[in-house]
Design a protein around this ligand. Structure first.
Ligand SMILES: [Zn+2]
Ligand SMILES: [Zn+2]
Length: 370
């Protein structure tokens, strides 16, 4: 297979900048496609790995919310054609016990496939201009690049009548928040929902809870700008989580306790607050947390009240079904996730990272293609 000359954003040192470099990309394997990337969202994991809090090896091409067009495919690719619009999502093996039972976010090979920095056989798809291999396959895509190679499993075909460059975030951050609400917690109409942390994942969850018909929509955060955004989107109550009596405010807003809630902060004190605010039979989802972090909760309250605390990866999404569903919901006007987006040119990718970190932008999307 011939090589393709591309431009990629390469991270060469921990916490270092994204540097745009020429690179070469190999052709597709039998079950892979080459995607001309139009735009890629920037998500928390890109920053966490750039800063090497997760030690995916450097030099590395990040990017895991790609949206683009299939330009080449391997001989065994049956479900995608040249010219298809695709959203790139997380990688999974498709064969292990969780994958086989319909739970690809919990794939046994999730870590090496998404964070290993190489293909499963240890090879690299990208080479720099000096001929040295670059680490790639980040979330099975490394889409901070003009072209990406990915497996047909994590390239999701989407309808063509929607602005393609807006769709990448559905592959990770938006799917994580919306899926937690719709698939995992199964938020009911007329219920109360609280989200802790009003970033891209949290606000996506809030929008999904609104779409599900929850009547009380509470956003808890410590940044005034984020709470303002939550209010503008759909929150019925916004609460500063550090304010005195915040727990009482949350309970009052939900008439005694929250039916469904989602923590997107991974901060122990926040998770403790969220579990203490649950109504009887209330459910709390956790979508992030560094290894070794511990939080305390009242065992009696959880068991006597029939309350649930559970972990959720990628919103329990079956991406080939859930991402098209979210797009349909968006087209019908009931899931305006694009309000979270601000666009950046590829050359401004470091500004996008800075604005994401400062909270100035909820969801940066990098226009990688022309
Ligand atoms: Zn992500
Ligand atoms: Zn698997």
């Amino acid at each position: 297979m011939p090589q393709r000359y591309i431009t990629a954003a390469v991270v060469r040192q921990a916490s270092g900048p994204f540097g745009l470099e020429p690179a070469t990309l190999r052709g597709p394997g039998t079950d892979e496609v080459i995607v001309e990337v139009k735009a890629t969202g920037m998500c928390h994991a890109d920053i966490v790995v750039r800063d090497q809090h997760i030690p995916t090896p450097l030099p590395l091409v990040l990017g895991h919310e790609g949206a683009g067009v299939v330009v080449q495919k391997g001989s065994d690719v049956g479900n995608l054609d040249i010219g298809d619009h695709v959203v790139l999502t997380f990688a999974y093996c498709g064969h292990c016990a969780p994958c086989s039972s319909g739970h690809p976010p919990y794939c046994e090979y999730s870590f090496p496939l998404n964070f290993g920095g190489v293909a499963r056989d240890g090879s690299h798809a990208l080479t720099d201009s000096a001929g040295h291999p670059l680490h790639d396959h980040f979330f099975g895509q490394s889409s901070f690049a003009t072209y990406a190679v990915c497996n047909q499993r994590n390239a999701v075909r989407v309808r063509k009548d929607v602005r393609l460059e807006s769709l990448g975030p559905l592959g990770c951050g938006v799917q994580t928040g919306a899926g937690a609400v719709m698939n995992s917690l199964n938020v009911r109409p007329q219920s109360s929902f609280a989200v802790y942390g009003a970033g891209a994942v949290g606000l996506s969850a809030l929008l999904a809870a609104k779409a599900r018909g929850a009547s009380t929509l509470i956003a808890v955060d410590i940044v005034a700008e984020r709470l303002k955004m939550a209010r503008e989107l759909c929150a019925t109550h916004v609460i500063d989580g550090r304010a005195e009596g915040a727990l009482t405010l949350i309970k009052d807003a939900s008439h005694g306790g929250v039916d469904f809630s989602l923590d997107t902060s991974g901060v122990p004190t926040v998770i403790e607050q969220a579990s203490a605010a649950l109504a009887p039979m209330g459910r709390l989802g956790l979508v992030t947390g560094f290894p070794g972090t511990k939080a305390a909760f009242d065992i009696n309250s959880i068991f006597q009240g029939g309350r649930t605390i559970r972990g959720i990866v990628q919103g329990d999404s079956l991406p080939h079904q859930f991402i098209p569903y979210l797009i349909d919901l968006h087209v019908s006007g009931n899931f305006p996730f694009d309000k979270l987006i601000r666009y950046y040119e590829f050359a401004d990718i470091n500004q996008a990272a800075a604005d994401s970190h400062s909270g100035k932008t909820v969801k940066p999307v990098i226009r990688v293609g022309r």
